[in-house]
Write a protein that binds this ligand. Structure first.
Ligand SMILES: O=C(O)CCC(=O)C(=O)O
Length: 349
């Protein structure tokens, strides 16, 4: 049977382990992968871009070249909607386990309620439960697969998706302009108006031994760009910068945006996707909501020709559809930047 049809072991929701004194060995990372021993970075925070200011394309482009991560303020998405959306999902994760398990997922599509990424048997696991859903294309969106409780969740998620899609299209234009390209160039490379969108709501329960575990192992996102909504007052996200880990200081009302692998590919690696991870803590649970803005999934995605000629005179990344590309993370789970790097080295060799 195809390994993506079922999980290799019974799935245990992390939330059900949160009140124990110690964590099961599956969640104990080898010492070299724990956050505790890493040198702290002296850099305080990722760049902040004010989307109501002039020269946004330059600010975004600089952030994408130097960091691959930035926060946006004055982004135009209603803060009341953002709060309603966050609250409805927080309420979902506090429903009885039997209600959540009605949506238990499989690795075939990942849609639904789950607790692991990757299908390798006996793999180390991350300290996170999540809910994954498709928002676009329309043929993949199915409200019946989204939680029916709390009652406002489906409607609020729909409203939020429409607004954040607009934000993504705007950021794509600014990223394009920042590469010296026509404003619609990156969007066209993604399949025009047929982009894909999925949402993963991550719930990190309190962890009795946070120094031994990670909420999410280091990874870059496989899609185009990610708009992340994080808790205002619980830190957890760390971004790799010049070999050190920088803890993101959340700004209330802001979104964290990051370049993902498909933007690295279409920009011929001028914009780089960046490794990030999540640390957990014993005092507070944390909720984050990742909005993955992806190319149309069945077209070849490769570097924009203008960038090959102008910038490097060489192709750094080979083309592959996003459907093929994301199978890797579905099988392996978070593995740093190994996949996009493998694509680049296959060109070099
Ligand atoms: O929880 C976070 O802050 C980051 C989540 C993330 O990296 C992801 O969902 O891919």
């Amino acid at each position: 049977m195809d390994s993506l049809q079922q999980w290799p072991e019974p799935v245990v929701p992390v939330q059900s382990l949160s009140n124990a004194k110690t964590i099961p060995s599956r969640y104990i990372k080898p010492p070299s992968q724990r956050a505790a021993g890493d040198a702290a970075s002296t850099v305080k925070n990722i760049p902040v871009v004010d989307l109501s200011a002039a020269a946004t394309a330059k600010a975004i482009s600089d952030a994408c070249r130097e960091w691959g991560f930035f926060q946006v303020v004055n982004h135009g998405v209603s803060l009341e909607l953002v709060k309603r959306f966050q609250d409805s999902w927080r309420r979902f994760f506090h429903l009885p386990m039997a209600e959540k398990r009605r949506y238990a997922n499989s690795p075939a599509t990942y849609e639904g309620y789950g607790s692991r990424l990757g299908v390798d048997k006996d793999a180390f696991l991350d300290w996170v439960d999540y809910f994954f859903l498709h928002f676009l294309p329309p043929q993949l969106k199915d409200h019946n697969k989204w939680p029916s409780l709390p009652p406002c969740l489906r409607e609020t998620t729909e409203e939020y998706g429409v607004e954040v899609q607009k934000l993504c299209r705007r950021v794509m234009k600014e990223m394009s302009a920042g590469l010296g390209l026509a404003a619609d160039c990156l969007q066209q490379a993604f399949g025009g108006e047929e982009e894909g969108i999925c949402i993963r709501v991550n719930f990190y329960p309190k962890c009795p031994q946070p120094e031994l575990a990670l909420g999410l192992s280091p990874h870059s996102d496989p899609g185009g760009l990610t708009v992340l909504l994080v808790d205002d007052n619980v830190r957890g996200l760390q971004v790799r910068k010049d070999g050190a880990w920088v803890t993101v200081e959340p700004i209330p009302g802001a979104f964290v945006i990051n370049v993902a692998d498909q933007i690295q590919i279409v920009s011929n690696a001028i914009y780089k996707s960046v490794e990030h991870r999540v640390i957990v803590n014993a005092e507070e649970e944390r909720l984050s909501i990742a909005f993955f803005y992806n190319p149309k999934s069945d077209i070849p995605i490769g570097p924009v020709p203008e960038l090959v000629v102008v910038r490097y005179k060489t192709v750094l990344c080979r083309s592959m559809s996003f459907d093929e590309y994301r199978l890797y993370i579905r099988r392996k789970g978070p593995r740093g930047k190994s996949q996009v790097e493998a694509l680049e080295s296959s060109i070099a060799s």
